[in-house]
Design a protein around this ligand. Sequence first.
Ligand code: HEM
Length: 506
Amino acid sequence: MCCECLDPGCGGGRDDGLAPSIWDSAVYSTSAFSRLEKLGIRHPKPSPFVGNLMFFRQGFWESQLELRERYGRLCGYYLGRRMYVVISEPDMIKQVLVENFSNFSNRMASGLEPKMVADSLNEMTPLISQACEVLVAHLKRYAASRDAFDIQRCYCCYTTDVVASVAFGTQVDSRNAPEDPFVQHCQRAFAFCFPRPLLALILSFPSIMVPLARILPNKKRDELNGFFNTLIRNAIALRDQQAAEERRRDFLQMVLDAQHSMSSVGVEGFDMVTEALSSSGCTEDPPQRCRPMSTSKPLTVDEIVGQAFLFLVAGHEIITNTLSFITYLLAIHPDCQERLLKEVDLFMEKHPAPEYCNLQESLPYLDMVIAETLRMYPPAFRFTREAAQDCEVLGQRIPAGTVLEIAVGALHHDPEHWPNPETFDPERFTAEARRQQRPFTYLPFGAGPRSCLGVRLGLLVVKLTLLQVLHKFHFEASPETQVPLQLESKSALGPQNGVYIKIVSR
Ligand code: HEM
Protein backbone atom coordinates (compact mmCIF):
# COMPACT_ATOMS: atom_id res chain seq x y z
CA MET A 1 0.00 0.00 0.00
CA CYS A 2 1.70 3.17 -1.13
CA CYS A 3 -1.01 5.76 -0.93
CA GLU A 4 -2.10 7.49 2.25
CA CYS A 5 -3.73 10.28 0.36
CA LEU A 6 -7.00 11.39 1.93
CA ASP A 7 -8.34 12.68 -1.34
CA PRO A 8 -11.31 10.48 -2.26
CA GLY A 9 -10.54 11.08 -5.92
CA CYS A 10 -7.12 9.49 -5.62
CA GLY A 11 -7.06 5.77 -6.34
CA GLY A 12 -3.26 5.48 -6.26
CA GLY A 13 -1.58 2.26 -5.29
CA ARG A 14 -4.40 -0.20 -5.98
CA ASP A 15 -3.20 -3.54 -7.25
CA ASP A 16 -5.91 -6.05 -6.40
CA GLY A 17 -8.15 -5.67 -9.44
CA LEU A 18 -11.14 -4.22 -7.53
CA ALA A 19 -13.38 -1.94 -9.57
CA PRO A 20 -12.20 1.66 -9.05
CA SER A 21 -15.43 2.87 -7.48
CA ILE A 22 -15.53 0.08 -4.90
CA TRP A 23 -11.87 0.57 -4.16
CA ASP A 24 -12.29 4.30 -3.89
CA SER A 25 -15.16 4.08 -1.47
CA ALA A 26 -13.41 1.43 0.60
CA VAL A 27 -10.34 3.66 0.87
CA TYR A 28 -12.46 6.73 1.44
CA SER A 29 -14.50 5.08 4.17
CA THR A 30 -11.52 4.17 6.35
CA SER A 31 -8.48 6.10 5.08
CA ALA A 32 -8.81 8.87 7.62
CA PHE A 33 -8.87 6.49 10.54
CA SER A 34 -5.17 5.90 11.07
CA ARG A 35 -4.30 9.40 12.16
CA LEU A 36 -5.02 9.04 15.88
CA GLU A 37 -3.07 5.83 16.03
CA LYS A 38 -0.10 7.48 14.34
CA LEU A 39 -0.17 10.15 17.00
CA GLY A 40 -0.25 7.44 19.68
CA ILE A 41 -3.69 8.58 20.88
CA ARG A 42 -6.15 5.93 22.09
CA HIS A 43 -9.70 5.94 20.75
CA PRO A 44 -12.76 3.73 20.22
CA LYS A 45 -12.66 1.61 17.07
CA PRO A 46 -14.22 3.61 14.21
CA SER A 47 -16.71 2.22 11.68
CA PRO A 48 -16.49 2.97 7.95
CA PHE A 49 -17.82 6.40 6.91
CA VAL A 50 -19.37 7.36 10.27
CA GLY A 51 -16.28 6.95 12.46
CA ASN A 52 -17.32 6.80 16.11
CA LEU A 53 -20.76 8.29 15.60
CA MET A 54 -22.39 5.29 17.27
CA PHE A 55 -20.27 5.76 20.36
CA PHE A 56 -22.20 8.96 20.97
CA ARG A 57 -25.69 7.53 20.63
CA GLN A 58 -26.31 7.70 24.39
CA GLY A 59 -25.49 11.45 24.36
CA PHE A 60 -22.29 13.44 24.35
CA TRP A 61 -22.21 13.84 28.12
CA GLU A 62 -22.20 10.14 29.00
CA SER A 63 -19.81 9.40 26.15
CA GLN A 64 -17.36 12.02 27.31
CA LEU A 65 -17.17 10.44 30.77
CA GLU A 66 -16.85 7.00 29.22
CA LEU A 67 -14.07 8.15 26.88
CA ARG A 68 -11.97 9.29 29.84
CA GLU A 69 -12.62 6.12 31.82
CA ARG A 70 -11.79 3.80 28.94
CA TYR A 71 -9.11 5.67 27.00
CA GLY A 72 -7.57 8.11 29.49
CA ARG A 73 -7.26 11.87 29.91
CA LEU A 74 -5.81 12.29 26.43
CA CYS A 75 -7.82 10.35 23.88
CA GLY A 76 -9.66 10.86 20.63
CA TYR A 77 -12.47 9.90 18.28
CA TYR A 78 -13.67 10.37 14.72
CA LEU A 79 -16.93 11.90 13.67
CA GLY A 80 -17.28 11.07 10.04
CA ARG A 81 -13.71 11.44 8.82
CA ARG A 82 -12.96 14.30 11.14
CA MET A 83 -10.53 13.61 13.95
CA TYR A 84 -11.01 15.02 17.45
CA VAL A 85 -8.45 14.95 20.22
CA VAL A 86 -10.08 15.05 23.65
CA ILE A 87 -8.25 16.45 26.65
CA SER A 88 -9.17 16.33 30.32
CA GLU A 89 -5.64 16.61 31.72
CA PRO A 90 -5.31 19.95 33.60
CA ASP A 91 -1.70 20.78 32.64
CA MET A 92 -2.36 20.03 29.01
CA ILE A 93 -5.54 22.11 29.06
CA LYS A 94 -3.53 24.99 30.49
CA GLN A 95 -1.04 24.71 27.64
CA VAL A 96 -3.79 24.83 25.03
CA LEU A 97 -6.00 27.55 26.53
CA VAL A 98 -3.33 29.85 27.91
CA GLU A 99 0.36 29.07 27.37
CA ASN A 100 0.11 28.22 23.66
CA PHE A 101 -2.86 30.47 23.04
CA SER A 102 -1.38 32.00 19.90
CA ASN A 103 -1.53 28.61 18.18
CA PHE A 104 -5.05 27.82 19.45
CA SER A 105 -6.72 31.18 19.17
CA ASN A 106 -9.39 30.47 16.58
CA ARG A 107 -12.26 32.56 17.82
CA MET A 108 -15.23 34.25 16.26
CA ALA A 109 -14.74 37.97 15.97
CA SER A 110 -16.52 39.83 18.67
CA GLY A 111 -16.93 43.50 19.31
CA LEU A 112 -18.08 42.84 22.86
CA GLU A 113 -16.02 44.96 25.15
CA PRO A 114 -15.45 43.37 28.55
CA LYS A 115 -14.66 46.62 30.23
CA MET A 116 -17.96 48.07 29.17
CA VAL A 117 -19.84 44.92 30.08
CA ALA A 118 -18.43 45.21 33.57
CA ASP A 119 -19.16 48.90 33.85
CA SER A 120 -22.74 48.49 32.68
CA LEU A 121 -23.79 45.54 34.81
CA ASN A 122 -24.94 47.72 37.65
CA GLU A 123 -27.24 49.55 35.30
CA MET A 124 -28.65 46.30 33.94
CA THR A 125 -29.51 45.00 37.41
CA PRO A 126 -32.91 46.80 37.58
CA LEU A 127 -33.87 45.45 34.14
CA ILE A 128 -33.16 41.88 35.24
CA SER A 129 -35.02 42.46 38.52
CA GLN A 130 -38.00 43.74 36.57
CA ALA A 131 -38.17 40.56 34.48
CA CYS A 132 -37.76 38.56 37.68
CA GLU A 133 -40.84 40.17 39.21
CA VAL A 134 -42.85 38.70 36.34
CA LEU A 135 -41.30 35.28 37.04
CA VAL A 136 -42.15 35.55 40.74
CA ALA A 137 -45.75 36.44 39.87
CA HIS A 138 -46.02 33.28 37.73
CA LEU A 139 -44.45 31.16 40.44
CA LYS A 140 -47.00 32.46 42.97
CA ARG A 141 -49.72 30.71 41.04
CA TYR A 142 -47.88 27.40 41.18
CA ALA A 143 -47.30 27.87 44.89
CA ALA A 144 -51.03 28.46 45.40
CA SER A 145 -51.91 25.32 43.43
CA ARG A 146 -49.45 23.15 45.45
CA ASP A 147 -49.03 21.00 42.32
CA ALA A 148 -45.70 19.85 40.96
CA PHE A 149 -44.75 21.66 37.74
CA ASP A 150 -41.84 21.97 35.32
CA ILE A 151 -39.88 24.97 36.55
CA GLN A 152 -37.51 24.75 33.59
CA ARG A 153 -40.30 26.01 31.34
CA CYS A 154 -40.77 29.03 33.60
CA TYR A 155 -37.04 29.74 33.55
CA CYS A 156 -37.00 29.41 29.78
CA CYS A 157 -39.69 32.11 29.38
CA TYR A 158 -38.02 34.25 31.99
CA THR A 159 -34.63 34.09 30.27
CA THR A 160 -36.28 35.08 27.00
CA ASP A 161 -37.73 38.11 28.79
CA VAL A 162 -34.29 38.97 30.19
CA VAL A 163 -32.63 38.72 26.77
CA ALA A 164 -35.42 40.77 25.17
CA SER A 165 -34.98 43.45 27.77
CA VAL A 166 -31.20 43.52 28.10
CA ALA A 167 -30.05 42.71 24.57
CA PHE A 168 -32.87 43.98 22.38
CA GLY A 169 -34.21 46.82 24.48
CA THR A 170 -37.76 45.50 24.34
CA GLN A 171 -40.02 44.35 27.14
CA VAL A 172 -42.04 41.14 26.84
CA ASP A 173 -43.82 38.58 29.03
CA SER A 174 -43.23 35.33 27.14
CA ARG A 175 -45.34 33.30 29.52
CA ASN A 176 -48.46 35.45 29.27
CA ALA A 177 -48.02 36.72 25.73
CA PRO A 178 -46.55 33.88 23.69
CA GLU A 179 -48.03 35.43 20.56
CA ASP A 180 -45.73 38.47 20.88
CA PRO A 181 -43.67 38.63 17.64
CA PHE A 182 -40.41 38.81 19.61
CA VAL A 183 -41.26 35.66 21.56
CA GLN A 184 -42.33 33.86 18.41
CA HIS A 185 -39.14 34.77 16.59
CA CYS A 186 -37.01 33.76 19.55
CA GLN A 187 -38.70 30.40 19.72
CA ARG A 188 -38.03 29.90 16.06
CA ALA A 189 -34.43 30.97 16.47
CA PHE A 190 -33.94 28.42 19.26
CA ALA A 191 -35.79 25.71 17.38
CA PHE A 192 -33.53 26.32 14.40
CA CYS A 193 -30.45 26.28 16.53
CA PHE A 194 -30.89 22.81 17.84
CA PRO A 195 -33.51 21.10 15.72
CA ARG A 196 -33.16 17.36 15.19
CA PRO A 197 -30.36 15.40 16.81
CA LEU A 198 -28.62 14.62 13.56
CA LEU A 199 -28.74 18.15 12.28
CA ALA A 200 -27.56 19.44 15.61
CA LEU A 201 -24.79 16.89 15.52
CA ILE A 202 -23.63 17.82 12.06
CA LEU A 203 -24.15 21.53 12.27
CA SER A 204 -23.54 22.64 15.80
CA PHE A 205 -20.90 20.08 16.70
CA PRO A 206 -18.36 20.62 18.15
CA SER A 207 -18.75 24.22 19.18
CA ILE A 208 -21.60 24.98 21.53
CA MET A 209 -21.45 28.66 20.85
CA VAL A 210 -21.79 28.32 17.10
CA PRO A 211 -22.82 31.62 15.53
CA LEU A 212 -26.44 31.59 14.52
CA ALA A 213 -25.68 32.76 11.02
CA ARG A 214 -23.81 29.59 10.19
CA ILE A 215 -26.46 27.12 11.26
CA LEU A 216 -29.72 28.44 9.93
CA PRO A 217 -31.08 27.59 6.52
CA ASN A 218 -30.76 30.67 4.33
CA LYS A 219 -34.38 31.62 3.79
CA LYS A 220 -35.35 31.25 7.41
CA ARG A 221 -32.18 32.91 8.51
CA ASP A 222 -32.90 35.90 6.31
CA GLU A 223 -36.39 36.17 7.69
CA LEU A 224 -35.19 36.02 11.28
CA ASN A 225 -32.34 38.39 10.57
CA GLY A 226 -34.84 40.75 8.98
CA PHE A 227 -37.06 40.72 12.04
CA PHE A 228 -34.31 41.31 14.58
CA ASN A 229 -32.62 43.81 12.31
CA THR A 230 -35.76 45.93 12.06
CA LEU A 231 -36.31 45.65 15.80
CA ILE A 232 -32.84 46.93 16.55
CA ARG A 233 -32.93 49.65 13.89
CA ASN A 234 -36.22 50.93 15.34
CA ALA A 235 -34.78 50.85 18.83
CA ILE A 236 -31.71 52.75 17.66
CA ALA A 237 -33.87 55.33 15.87
CA LEU A 238 -35.92 55.81 19.04
CA ARG A 239 -32.83 56.27 21.16
CA ASP A 240 -31.45 58.81 18.76
CA GLN A 241 -34.52 60.93 19.48
CA GLN A 242 -34.22 60.49 23.24
CA ALA A 243 -32.13 62.57 25.60
CA ALA A 244 -29.23 60.59 27.10
CA GLU A 245 -30.90 60.33 30.53
CA GLU A 246 -34.14 58.95 29.05
CA ARG A 247 -32.44 55.98 27.38
CA ARG A 248 -32.66 52.50 28.86
CA ARG A 249 -29.31 51.44 30.27
CA ASP A 250 -29.11 48.05 28.65
CA PHE A 251 -26.75 45.99 26.55
CA LEU A 252 -27.95 47.64 23.36
CA GLN A 253 -27.19 51.09 24.76
CA MET A 254 -23.81 49.86 25.91
CA VAL A 255 -22.94 48.72 22.40
CA LEU A 256 -24.27 51.98 20.96
CA ASP A 257 -22.14 53.94 23.41
CA ALA A 258 -19.19 51.80 22.37
CA GLN A 259 -19.68 53.08 18.83
CA HIS A 260 -18.82 56.53 20.02
CA SER A 261 -16.12 55.52 22.45
CA MET A 262 -12.67 56.41 21.23
CA SER A 263 -10.62 54.28 23.58
CA SER A 264 -11.86 50.78 23.96
CA VAL A 265 -9.81 47.86 25.08
CA GLY A 266 -9.77 44.58 23.17
CA VAL A 267 -11.26 41.37 24.46
CA GLU A 268 -7.82 39.86 24.89
CA GLY A 269 -7.02 42.52 27.45
CA PHE A 270 -8.80 40.73 30.26
CA ASP A 271 -8.89 37.42 31.95
CA MET A 272 -12.62 37.64 32.48
CA VAL A 273 -13.16 34.30 34.14
CA THR A 274 -10.48 34.48 36.80
CA GLU A 275 -11.61 37.94 37.62
CA ALA A 276 -15.32 37.18 37.71
CA LEU A 277 -14.88 34.06 39.83
CA SER A 278 -12.51 35.71 42.28
CA SER A 279 -15.40 37.58 43.99
CA SER A 280 -13.02 40.43 44.52
CA GLY A 281 -15.76 42.95 44.95
CA CYS A 282 -17.03 45.61 42.64
CA THR A 283 -14.36 47.05 40.44
CA GLU A 284 -15.00 50.30 38.71
CA ASP A 285 -12.20 49.49 36.36
CA PRO A 286 -11.34 45.80 36.17
CA PRO A 287 -7.62 45.13 36.29
CA GLN A 288 -5.99 44.47 32.96
CA ARG A 289 -4.01 41.27 32.68
CA CYS A 290 -2.31 41.90 29.41
CA ARG A 291 -1.45 44.85 27.31
CA PRO A 292 -4.39 46.78 25.88
CA MET A 293 -5.16 45.97 22.29
CA SER A 294 -5.58 48.50 19.55
CA THR A 295 -8.64 50.70 19.48
CA SER A 296 -11.67 48.86 18.07
CA LYS A 297 -13.56 50.12 15.05
CA PRO A 298 -17.10 51.36 15.70
CA LEU A 299 -19.69 48.63 15.17
CA THR A 300 -22.10 48.75 12.25
CA VAL A 301 -25.81 48.14 12.81
CA ASP A 302 -25.39 44.64 11.39
CA GLU A 303 -22.67 43.96 13.91
CA ILE A 304 -24.86 45.24 16.72
CA VAL A 305 -27.60 42.86 15.60
CA GLY A 306 -24.95 40.14 15.53
CA GLN A 307 -23.95 40.93 19.10
CA ALA A 308 -27.54 40.81 20.30
CA PHE A 309 -28.01 37.50 18.46
CA LEU A 310 -24.91 36.08 20.02
CA PHE A 311 -26.25 37.08 23.37
CA LEU A 312 -29.53 35.39 22.59
CA VAL A 313 -27.95 32.13 21.50
CA ALA A 314 -25.01 32.00 23.90
CA GLY A 315 -26.79 33.07 27.03
CA HIS A 316 -30.37 31.90 26.80
CA GLU A 317 -30.11 28.13 26.97
CA ILE A 318 -27.16 28.08 29.35
CA ILE A 319 -28.77 30.37 31.91
CA THR A 320 -32.07 28.47 31.72
CA ASN A 321 -30.28 25.18 32.31
CA THR A 322 -28.08 26.55 35.11
CA LEU A 323 -31.13 27.83 37.01
CA SER A 324 -32.92 24.51 36.45
CA PHE A 325 -29.98 22.47 37.75
CA ILE A 326 -29.58 24.64 40.85
CA THR A 327 -33.30 24.37 41.61
CA TYR A 328 -33.22 20.59 41.24
CA LEU A 329 -30.18 20.22 43.51
CA LEU A 330 -31.62 22.50 46.20
CA ALA A 331 -34.96 20.66 46.12
CA ILE A 332 -33.25 17.31 46.78
CA HIS A 333 -30.79 18.75 49.34
CA PRO A 334 -33.06 20.51 51.87
CA ASP A 335 -30.20 21.09 54.35
CA CYS A 336 -28.23 23.11 51.80
CA GLN A 337 -31.39 24.97 50.82
CA GLU A 338 -32.10 25.81 54.46
CA ARG A 339 -28.65 27.31 54.89
CA LEU A 340 -29.00 29.27 51.66
CA LEU A 341 -32.42 30.62 52.66
CA LYS A 342 -30.91 32.06 55.85
CA GLU A 343 -28.21 33.79 53.86
CA VAL A 344 -30.75 35.13 51.37
CA ASP A 345 -32.99 36.50 54.14
CA LEU A 346 -30.11 38.26 55.85
CA PHE A 347 -29.00 39.74 52.56
CA MET A 348 -32.46 40.94 51.55
CA GLU A 349 -32.90 42.61 54.95
CA LYS A 350 -29.73 44.57 54.33
CA HIS A 351 -30.25 45.21 50.61
CA PRO A 352 -33.96 45.23 49.68
CA ALA A 353 -33.01 46.45 46.17
CA PRO A 354 -29.83 44.49 45.40
CA GLU A 355 -27.14 46.18 43.39
CA TYR A 356 -24.33 44.64 41.42
CA CYS A 357 -21.69 45.59 44.00
CA ASN A 358 -23.55 44.01 46.95
CA LEU A 359 -24.00 40.80 45.00
CA GLN A 360 -20.26 40.45 44.61
CA GLU A 361 -19.56 40.68 48.29
CA SER A 362 -22.01 39.21 50.68
CA LEU A 363 -23.39 35.92 49.38
CA PRO A 364 -20.66 33.35 49.96
CA TYR A 365 -22.93 30.32 50.29
CA LEU A 366 -24.90 31.21 47.16
CA ASP A 367 -21.56 31.43 45.32
CA MET A 368 -20.64 27.97 46.65
CA VAL A 369 -23.97 26.45 45.57
CA ILE A 370 -23.70 27.93 42.07
CA ALA A 371 -20.07 26.85 41.71
CA GLU A 372 -20.80 23.27 42.81
CA THR A 373 -23.81 23.07 40.49
CA LEU A 374 -21.66 24.19 37.56
CA ARG A 375 -19.10 21.56 38.54
CA MET A 376 -21.65 18.76 38.56
CA TYR A 377 -23.60 19.98 35.57
CA PRO A 378 -21.51 22.34 33.43
CA PRO A 379 -23.95 23.40 30.66
CA ALA A 380 -21.06 24.16 28.29
CA PHE A 381 -19.40 20.82 28.96
CA ARG A 382 -17.23 20.78 25.86
CA PHE A 383 -15.58 23.41 23.77
CA THR A 384 -12.87 23.30 21.18
CA ARG A 385 -9.70 24.89 19.89
CA GLU A 386 -8.05 24.30 16.54
CA ALA A 387 -4.28 24.07 16.08
CA ALA A 388 -3.15 26.69 13.56
CA GLN A 389 0.24 25.01 13.08
CA ASP A 390 1.98 21.75 13.91
CA CYS A 391 3.05 21.84 17.52
CA GLU A 392 3.86 19.77 20.58
CA VAL A 393 1.87 20.00 23.78
CA LEU A 394 3.64 18.43 26.76
CA GLY A 395 5.33 15.92 24.48
CA GLN A 396 2.22 15.13 22.42
CA ARG A 397 2.52 15.94 18.71
CA ILE A 398 -0.48 17.89 17.41
CA PRO A 399 -0.68 18.40 13.63
CA ALA A 400 -1.98 21.67 12.18
CA GLY A 401 -5.77 21.66 11.79
CA THR A 402 -6.38 19.23 14.67
CA VAL A 403 -9.51 20.01 16.65
CA LEU A 404 -8.89 19.73 20.38
CA GLU A 405 -11.94 19.20 22.53
CA ILE A 406 -11.66 20.31 26.14
CA ALA A 407 -13.71 17.73 28.05
CA VAL A 408 -15.07 19.81 30.91
CA GLY A 409 -17.56 17.13 31.96
CA ALA A 410 -14.83 14.50 32.29
CA LEU A 411 -12.61 16.99 34.11
CA HIS A 412 -15.31 17.95 36.62
CA HIS A 413 -16.16 14.30 37.32
CA ASP A 414 -12.59 13.04 37.65
CA PRO A 415 -12.31 11.46 41.12
CA GLU A 416 -8.65 12.41 41.25
CA HIS A 417 -9.57 16.10 41.37
CA TRP A 418 -13.06 15.81 42.85
CA PRO A 419 -13.50 12.91 45.33
CA ASN A 420 -17.00 11.37 45.09
CA PRO A 421 -17.72 13.43 42.00
CA GLU A 422 -21.41 12.45 41.89
CA THR A 423 -22.06 13.96 45.34
CA PHE A 424 -23.38 17.51 45.54
CA ASP A 425 -21.17 19.22 48.10
CA PRO A 426 -20.92 23.04 48.04
CA GLU A 427 -18.13 22.79 50.67
CA ARG A 428 -15.78 22.04 47.79
CA PHE A 429 -15.95 25.77 47.06
CA THR A 430 -15.24 27.47 50.38
CA ALA A 431 -12.61 30.21 50.00
CA GLU A 432 -10.02 27.90 51.56
CA ALA A 433 -10.94 24.92 49.37
CA ARG A 434 -10.73 27.11 46.27
CA ARG A 435 -7.20 28.11 47.21
CA GLN A 436 -6.24 24.44 47.43
CA GLN A 437 -7.79 23.51 44.09
CA ARG A 438 -5.40 22.40 41.43
CA PRO A 439 -5.49 24.96 38.60
CA PHE A 440 -7.40 24.03 35.44
CA THR A 441 -9.55 21.38 37.12
CA TYR A 442 -12.62 23.63 37.15
CA LEU A 443 -13.62 25.31 33.89
CA PRO A 444 -17.36 26.03 33.67
CA PHE A 445 -16.65 29.22 31.72
CA GLY A 446 -13.55 28.06 29.86
CA ALA A 447 -10.26 29.82 30.48
CA GLY A 448 -7.73 32.11 28.87
CA PRO A 449 -8.25 34.88 26.35
CA ARG A 450 -11.07 33.09 24.56
CA SER A 451 -13.13 32.21 27.60
CA CYS A 452 -16.80 33.09 28.10
CA LEU A 453 -17.55 36.72 27.44
CA GLY A 454 -20.80 36.56 29.37
CA VAL A 455 -19.43 35.20 32.63
CA ARG A 456 -20.21 38.29 34.70
CA LEU A 457 -23.59 38.86 33.16
CA GLY A 458 -24.44 35.13 33.38
CA LEU A 459 -23.56 34.99 37.08
CA LEU A 460 -25.41 38.24 37.72
CA VAL A 461 -28.63 36.90 36.19
CA VAL A 462 -28.35 33.57 38.04
CA LYS A 463 -27.67 35.21 41.42
CA LEU A 464 -30.27 37.90 41.13
CA THR A 465 -32.92 35.39 40.07
CA LEU A 466 -32.20 32.98 42.90
CA LEU A 467 -32.16 35.80 45.44
CA GLN A 468 -35.56 37.04 44.43
CA VAL A 469 -37.13 33.61 44.02
CA LEU A 470 -35.74 32.19 47.28
CA HIS A 471 -36.77 35.31 49.16
CA LYS A 472 -40.38 34.43 48.39
CA PHE A 473 -40.43 30.61 48.05
CA HIS A 474 -38.62 27.42 48.78
CA PHE A 475 -38.31 24.40 46.50
CA GLU A 476 -39.57 20.93 47.40
CA ALA A 477 -38.97 17.61 45.71
CA SER A 478 -42.14 15.66 44.93
CA PRO A 479 -42.90 12.17 43.59
CA GLU A 480 -42.76 13.71 40.10
CA THR A 481 -39.16 14.87 40.62
CA GLN A 482 -36.87 12.68 38.57
CA VAL A 483 -33.92 11.53 40.72
CA PRO A 484 -31.31 11.18 39.41
CA LEU A 485 -32.07 13.75 36.77
CA GLN A 486 -31.90 12.44 33.20
CA LEU A 487 -29.65 14.61 31.09
CA GLU A 488 -29.71 15.76 27.50
CA SER A 489 -26.44 16.74 25.84
CA LYS A 490 -27.06 17.29 22.14
CA SER A 491 -25.98 20.90 22.46
CA ALA A 492 -25.64 22.38 25.93
CA LEU A 493 -26.06 20.04 28.90
CA GLY A 494 -29.60 20.28 30.24
CA PRO A 495 -32.34 18.28 31.96
CA GLN A 496 -33.89 15.85 29.49
CA ASN A 497 -37.47 16.01 30.74
CA GLY A 498 -37.61 19.33 32.54
CA VAL A 499 -37.36 19.76 36.31
CA TYR A 500 -40.60 18.91 38.11
CA ILE A 501 -40.77 20.23 41.66
CA LYS A 502 -43.17 21.92 44.07
CA ILE A 503 -42.77 25.48 45.16
CA VAL A 504 -43.91 26.70 48.58
CA SER A 505 -44.49 30.33 49.59
CA ARG A 506 -42.47 31.50 52.60
C1 HEM B 1 -23.96 30.49 33.50
C2 HEM B 1 -23.82 31.03 32.31
C3 HEM B 1 -22.75 30.73 31.28
C4 HEM B 1 -21.83 29.68 31.20
C5 HEM B 1 -21.65 28.52 32.18
C6 HEM B 1 -21.05 29.90 29.99
C7 HEM B 1 -20.01 29.09 29.56
C8 HEM B 1 -19.25 29.31 28.43
C9 HEM B 1 -18.15 28.47 27.98
C10 HEM B 1 -17.62 27.22 28.67
C11 HEM B 1 -17.66 29.02 26.85
C12 HEM B 1 -16.50 28.48 26.01
C13 HEM B 1 -15.25 29.12 26.56
C14 HEM B 1 -13.97 28.71 25.90
O1 HEM B 1 -13.99 28.34 24.71
O2 HEM B 1 -12.91 28.76 26.60
C15 HEM B 1 -18.43 30.21 26.56
C16 HEM B 1 -18.21 31.04 25.48
C17 HEM B 1 -18.94 32.16 25.23
N1 HEM B 1 -19.96 32.68 26.00
FE1 HEM B 1 -20.68 31.89 27.70
N2 HEM B 1 -21.52 31.02 29.35
C18 HEM B 1 -22.54 31.57 30.11
C19 HEM B 1 -23.27 32.70 29.84
C20 HEM B 1 -23.06 33.52 28.78
C21 HEM B 1 -23.82 34.73 28.50
C22 HEM B 1 -24.97 35.28 29.35
C23 HEM B 1 -23.32 35.25 27.35
C24 HEM B 1 -23.77 36.48 26.61
C25 HEM B 1 -23.54 37.68 27.03
C26 HEM B 1 -22.22 34.40 26.92
C27 HEM B 1 -21.45 34.65 25.82
C28 HEM B 1 -20.43 33.82 25.39
C29 HEM B 1 -19.67 34.06 24.17
C30 HEM B 1 -19.86 35.23 23.21
C31 HEM B 1 -18.73 33.03 24.07
C32 HEM B 1 -17.72 32.81 22.95
C33 HEM B 1 -16.41 33.42 23.34
C34 HEM B 1 -15.40 33.21 22.23
O3 HEM B 1 -15.52 32.32 21.43
O4 HEM B 1 -14.47 34.00 22.20
N3 HEM B 1 -22.09 33.36 27.81
N4 HEM B 1 -19.41 30.36 27.52
